[in-house]
Design a protein around this ligand. Structure first.
Ligand code: HEC
Ligand code: HEC
Length: 424
């Protein structure tokens, strides 16, 4: 956008004091160069699947498994959108459930590479500044790590009133016993199919087997080919990669982990599975945010949070923390952050650099026109927000750690992380 239009736009938004600043920010950005709709990331076919994996796929795509019928896992996690999907065709950042007018409160994560998320626990981490060893929470499924593993995760959406809304496991199992692929279920689950709990566990295990197939983790992006010496990155992508790794510039690799010395794609998960408090702006499209006191606590409300925690661990210190997501396929998994506040990848990246130098660009203002930095955290949690990690360690008036051109380069690099369809 030219600077004169920018100026007009700034004057316009300055007039709308309580309007969330993010809407104006989104308009200032050039369009992402990747159109989501045309990207086919994972295959929809059934070739090469075992019977158990095939059963998992049938369950995953079965729209009868919601109350009322109509919503399958695949409604929110679509193969062609890196198993992220478009929140079941609803409002940005919010999954819509099987019940009309009932919406979720979080953004749908991509299921690609989810099989690599370790179970929730505490791990040793070297403080990147001081070198001191700290014990920090890591792993677990969902943005707050509340499901120990994929098997436990399956019951979440099936029984969640704001997703598939089944009253019990027994109801789900009965639908499968009577459904079009009952024979396959019988063949895979055997006598377990007759007892509700055992049947549910066996059926969930089939879904997990499906989620572990290579279509969920093909390691087939341009970046993977580059690692293995089969393709080269463009100069812009290379520049972005260098910024991504540079501890004084992007420093993205500090959390979106990879081993610089390794050419093995599996050493590049683009997450260390830990948690951080980034302070993403409030997404006012989420219906819960209409309630003034509503804030998503993230990690601090996780059940069993303290199991295995060090003695001095304070649960309040992780209110507002969410798991570092992988950046694989990030260009096709808009919207971004746990609350889906950003529609554009470039905004998500630019936020890192200007959150502290220009908070007015991102956060809403109060009635007196003052920017409410960290407006999606209640006042008592704001001190939890990470303000020390590079690149989000800037003070007002300081220069952002990347220029607009460098932000473009980072986005270009992130676009190399999109998997290409595996040959059938
Ligand atoms: C109504 C939309 C919706 C449906 C239907 C749905 N999900 Fe999800 N899924 C979500 C949302 C939203 C999250 C994140 C929720 C959270 O973090 O609290 C999620 C998270 C997950 C995760 C965790 C990923 C991660 O990285 O932590 C897995 C795995 C998953 N879903 C699998 C499934 C399976 C299997 C089904 C069907 C049994 C299913 N989902 C049905 C919306 C949906
Ligand atoms: C200190 C850890 C840390 C660093 C450094 C970091 N991130 Fe993140 N990143 C996170 C966490 C945690 C989230 C999830 C935050 C949330 O949802 O509230 C996230 C989310 C994202 C998302 C949205 C992902 C999604 O699926 O919605 C993008 C894009 C992203 N980061 C890119 C970057 C880039 C580019 C850099 C470097 C400029 C970077 N990150 C540096 C921790 C970090």
């Amino acid at each position: 956008m030219t600077s004169s239009r920018f100026l007009l736009w700034s004057m316009f938004t300055a007039a709308l004091i309580i309007t969330p600043a993010i809407q104006s920010a989104a308009q200032q950005q050039p369009k992402d160069s990747v159109a989501r709709d045309v990207v086919q990331v994972a295959p929809a076919d059934e070739q090469g699947l075992s019977e158990k994996q095939l059963l998992g796929k049938r369950i995953f795509e079965d729209r009868r498994l919601s109350e009322p019928e109509g919503v399958a896992c695949a409604s929110c996690h679509e193969a062609k959108k890196a198993f992220q999907g478009d929140n079941n065709s609803h409002v940005q950042g919010v999954a819509s459930s099987s019940r009309p007018g009932v919406f979720g409160d979080r953004n749908v994560p991509s299921l690609m590479y989810a099989a690599f998320v370790p179970p929730f626990g505490y791990i040793e981490q070297k403080d990147r500044k001081t070198g001191e060893i700290k014990i920090v929470p890591a792993g677990g499924l969902f943005w707050d790590g509340r499901a120990a593993d994929l098997q436990q995760q399956v019951e979440g959406p099936l029984l969640n009133k704001r997703e598939m809304n089944n009253p019990s496991k027994a109801v789900v199992v009965e639908k499968i016993r009577k459904g079009p692929y009952a024979d396959l279920a019988r063949k895979v689950a055997g006598p377990a199919l007759d007892t509700d709990d055992a049947a549910f566990a066996a059926l969930a295990a089939a879904v997990v087997e499906f989620e572990k197939t290579p279509r969920f983790s093909p390691f087939n992006s341009k970046f993977d080919a580059f690692l293995q010496g089969r393709e080269t990155l463009s100069p812009l992508e290379q520049k972005g990669f260098a910024l991504f790794k540079d501890p004084e510039k992007g420093n993205c690799i500090a959390c979106h982990d990879g081993k610089p010395e390794s050419r093995n794609p599996r050493d590049w998960m683009f997450t260390d599975f830990t948690y951080d408090i980034l302070g993403a702006p409030r997404n006012r499209r989420i219906s819960d945010t209409k309630v003034a006191g509503y804030f998503d606590p993230g990690l601090c409300k996780r059940p069993d949070l303290l199991k295995g925690a060090p003695d001095d661990f304070k649960p309040e210190s992780v209110c507002g923390a969410f798991r570092v997501p992988t950046l694989r396929n990030i260009a096709v998994t808009s919207p971004y952050m746990h609350n889906g506040v950003f529609a554009k990848l470039r905004d998500a990246v630019a936020f890192y650099f200007t959150r502290d130098t220009n908070p007015g660009r991102w956060y809403a203002r109060d009635r007196k026109g003052r920017t409410i930095k960290f407006d999606d955290l209640p006042e008592s949690w704001r001190e939890n927000a990470n303000v020390e990690e590079i690149p989000y360690d800037r003070k007002p008036g300081e220069k952002p750690r990347a220029t607009e051109a460098e932000i473009d380069a980072l986005v270009a690099f992130l676009q190399t992380l999109t998997d290409r369809p595996t040959a059938p």
